[in-house]
Design a protein around this ligand. Sequence first.
Ligand SMILES: [Zn+2]
Length: 178
Amino acid sequence: MQPKLPICFFDAKTGMLCGNCEARLARGEVTQADVEASRAVAQLSDRVVELQKATLKKASEVNGSYVLEFDRSDMPALRGNPLLVEELENALKGRVWVVGAGGNDRKFLEDVFFPAKVLTVNTVYLPDGEKKTKVIVPARRSERRVGDFDKLRAAVKGARGIDLLMETEREVAASLYS
Ligand SMILES: [Zn+2]
């Protein structure tokens, strides 16, 4: 078994693009991030069995942080390997978020924040009319470990164009009653 990728598996494995994939890259049908992520997945698939049956739909990259969108049906198996994200991060030399492709913004954000919980996703408009998406996470520290929020926010913006705000439920309560 080998993973399905935005470029040919053979190209990903050898690090060279065939004429067809080269042309698709030039036309913007695949991105440089797709190519980098495909190479990482192809290399790791030698020994990471969960990746052998996976389908990488697309990838995006902002400042060295990646969002990898796999077929949603792959997610249970991918999450079943607790070392997968770390392996991908070592291969890509940056932060990596593994998410299910497609789905609405809430589903996407739940995948990005996983294993932290997302309690609520709201759309908020700032006084200047700018639209933001506010995610409310639990107050308990153990349930909202999201790592470097600045990188997460940039990656989310790059992948889906979502401008993210994050609050804990305690902060929300404080602003309601102050
Ligand atoms: Zn190719």
